[in-house]
Design a protein. Structure first.
Length: 281
């Protein structure tokens, strides 16, 4: 028998299943704590690019368990919306179709309980807006792969020692001026589309840099990833939004809560400083 939902909506992105970097066990932990009425899978659920390069492309036991859990949610009444990203772009062929109660869409407009209309997309559509020399992109890609490989070893070592999850690559990104500049450019591209669509805000993923705040009069959220940061966005039954970690601990509370009042969390200023140094544009 399915358990009663305790949240209205859950947004997760960038799981990168099929790679050894996917933190499927941590996401499964969160989904045991947060049981939504609606689940948005905001792209890069499967890393088809990496799986194609590997000689053997299989999901490990934790990843298989997570997929079964999502299918069970869809089967037992949870509305599951899958928005493919650039790493699982092959599934965009099926946009508009429904498979095993999972609806595939290119993007979506989510309406919160309190009436806010939020554009939901993966975010790779903004890649062409970033201007950088080719050599810089190549070097950045090499550095990213090195960081993730090192991060994988760090996570495994801490797990053997019984230490809680901590991401070395995420910590290094938080100290990078180039990453902050990149995240700011991504945010501006998302806000430009929000204005064109005449909605109240944006929810996306893609860049693996979690952020939640009010920017230029709009709500902007990047729900992060499940490779490094292990964060997600939760909507409560009254429409309040929270950026949370894998333990369902609130990292940043809603910049526009339904009640018109909110308490700042200890992590809110820290997360905002990662990207812009402030939660408002």
């Amino acid at each position: 028998m399915a358990r009663r939902p305790n949240a209205r909506t859950l947004f997760v992105s960038d799981l990168h299943l099929g790679t050894p970097d996917a933190q499927a066990q941590l996401l499964l932990n969160l989904m045991q704590l947060v049981r939504p009425e609606r689940l948005y899978l905001v792209g890069d659920v499967f890393d088809l690019i990496a799986m194609k390069r590997r000689a053997i492309s299989v999901l490990d036991a934790h990843q298989q368990r997570l997929v079964r859990h999502i299918l069970r949610l869809a089967r037992t009444g949870c509305e599951v919306i899958y928005i493919p990203g650039n790493h699982d772009a092959a599934f965009r062929t099926f946009c508009g179709e429904t498979f095993r109660n999972i609806e595939v869409r290119r993007d979506a407009i989510h309406v919160t309980k309190d009436g806010r209309r939020l554009l939901v997309s993966h975010g790779d559509e903004f890649d062409g807006h970033f201007k950088a020399p080719r050599w810089k992109l190549v070097v950045g890609e090499m550095a990213l792969h090195t960081m993730r490989r090192t991060n994988r070893w760090t996570v495994q070592a801490r797990r053997r020692l019984g230490r809680p999850y901590w991401s070395l690559s995420a910590a290094l990104k938080r100290r990078s001026g180039n990453v902050k500049h990149f995240a700011g450019a991504f945010r501006q591209s998302a806000l430009a589309r929000v204005r064109r669509e005449e909605v109240d805000g944006y929810i996306g993923g893609h860049i693996h840099i979690p952020f939640f705040g009010e920017c230029e009069g709009f709500v902007y959220c990047n729900d992060g990833d499940w490779v490094e940061n292990c964060t997600a966005l939760v909507e409560e039954f009254d429409g309040r939004l929270r950026l949370v970690d894998w333990q369902n601990q609130t990292l940043v509370d809603d910049p526009r809560p339904p009640s018109g009042h909110r308490e700042k969390t200890e992590a809110e200023d820290w997360l905002a400083d990662e990207e812009t140094g402030t939660t408002s544009g």
